[in-house]
Design a protein around this ligand. Structure first.
Ligand code: ST9
Ligand code: ZN
Ligand code: ZN
Length: 322
């Protein structure tokens, strides 16, 4: 048993050290970087969006239960990103029990936005090097790039170089994160496509066609786009009550779609805050979920910026709006 633990620890260390070494791909990137387009992503994303447009026609033909199911899948998807990959794994803004982490990892596979490790790695790099070449979705490169374009090209070499200076040991040490990464494709097939499609067909007799297009394709595409709005629109449009020197902004419209993640000026100013928004002032569904998990004993140690810190910051650096 002890030997097994040693082996797995050594393996993790080896994997981490290997991740720090430049790969052949990295060497190539140094000499060739210049928006190398990944056509596979362009084609797949274009196809997905056309399929989502087609899904809109099916809304009027579907059973009401199927539409409610698609919405429920959207909420679970969203929590997998907001309460999971974002507030728990990227920022460690609260602690979660194994049960909650398993639920959030499954919900995260429903979101199909890269595995938790990769999502959190890119997101930490985004916070640390915001609006520089090392920011994976650098908003200085415009609305399209920060929304979806960054997924169509190879990363700027600075993203990888700077990213490798950050510490991801906590993610390597989380067995739920590592398990999800190992079985990512299978978990996505089951959580993002199979379950959303099968349930309406099996339980209330919806056609497989309608449930696939509405609960899988349309729900997935909407969830992707609202998530991307945080990187694009919430970095370009809105007010900056907490820090007018940074790009991220408060955007209520984005907050509604993302169940509470559009208070982006606050979030970049106080990234450790589990609510990602000022306490009491804003309705934040993800915060309500985490609070409920604390009530059930599944979450704890929520970090929060104090009222005084927020007031001081507003006075010192805010744009005067509220
Ligand atoms: C998607 C992600 O949509 C969405 C993220 C949204 C974020 C929103 C944030 C807002 C916060 C609030 C949340 C709101 C949510 C609301 C929800 C409501 C519903 N550091 O990546 P590779 C190294 S995904 C350090 O392949 P390329 C590393 O060694 C959509 N190192 O780079 C890596 O190898 P490995 C579906 C890094 O080749 C190696 O480089 N998925 C870092 O340039 C190669 O990495 C897709 O569309 C780093 N940061 O390719 C696929 N990064 O991983 C998208 C990399 O083995 N991805 N390294 O360790 C790709 O195809 C590729 O990543 C690429 C770049 C073509 C974009
Ligand atoms: Zn964040
Ligand atoms: Zn941001």
């Amino acid at each position: 048993m002890e030997e097994k633990e040693n082996i797995s620890f050594c393996d993790k260390q080896k994997a981490f050290n290997t991740a720090l070494e430049p790969t052949t791909k990295d060497q190539k990137r140094k000499s060739t970087y210049h928006d190398e387009i990944v056509w596979r992503n362009v084609i797949l994303m274009t196809l997905l969006h056309f399929m989502a447009l087609y899904s809109l026609i099916l809304i009027s033909q579907a059973q009401i239960l199927t539409l409610l199911w698609a919405y429920l899948c959207f909420l679970v998807t969203a929590l997998g990103v907001t309460a999971g990959a974002h507030r728990l794994w990227s920022h460690r803004s609260y602690k979660a029990t194994l049960t909650l982490r398993i639920f959030l990892a499954l919900a995260n596979s429903m979101a199909f936005q890269n595995d938790i490790f990769e999502w959190a790695r890119d997101h930490r790099v985004h916070h640390k090097f915001s609006e520089t070449d090392a920011d994976p979705h650098d908003a200085r490169r415009g609305l399209f790039f920060s929304h979806i374009g960054w997924l169509f090209v190879r990363k700027h070499k600075a993203v990888i170089e700077k990213g490798k200076t950050l510490d991801f040991q906590d993610l390597f040490a989380d067995q739920v994160v590592m398990f999800q990464r190992k079985y990512y494709k299978t978990s996505v097939a089951i959580m993002c496509f199979l379950i959303p499609t099968i349930v309406p067909w099996y339980v209330w007799g919806e056609s497989l066609w309608n449930s696939y297009f509405l609960a899988s394709i349309l729900r997935y595409t909407i969830a992707l786009n609202v998530s991307w709005l945080v990187n694009s629109v919430a970095h370009l449009y809105g007010n900056r009550p907490y820090d007018k020197t940074i790009n991220p902004r408060e955007n209520r419209f984005v907050s509604i779609g993302t169940i509470g993640e559009g208070f982006h000026n606050f979030h970049h100013t106080f990234p450790y805050d589990y609510s990602a928004s000022e306490f009491g002032l804003k309705l934040n569904p993800t915060t309500c979920f985490i609070d409920f998990m604390c009530f059930l004993g599944l979450a704890s140690d929520c970090k929060k910026a104090t009222k005084q810190m927020i007031l001081d910051r507003k006075e010192r650096a805010g744009d005067g709006s509220c």
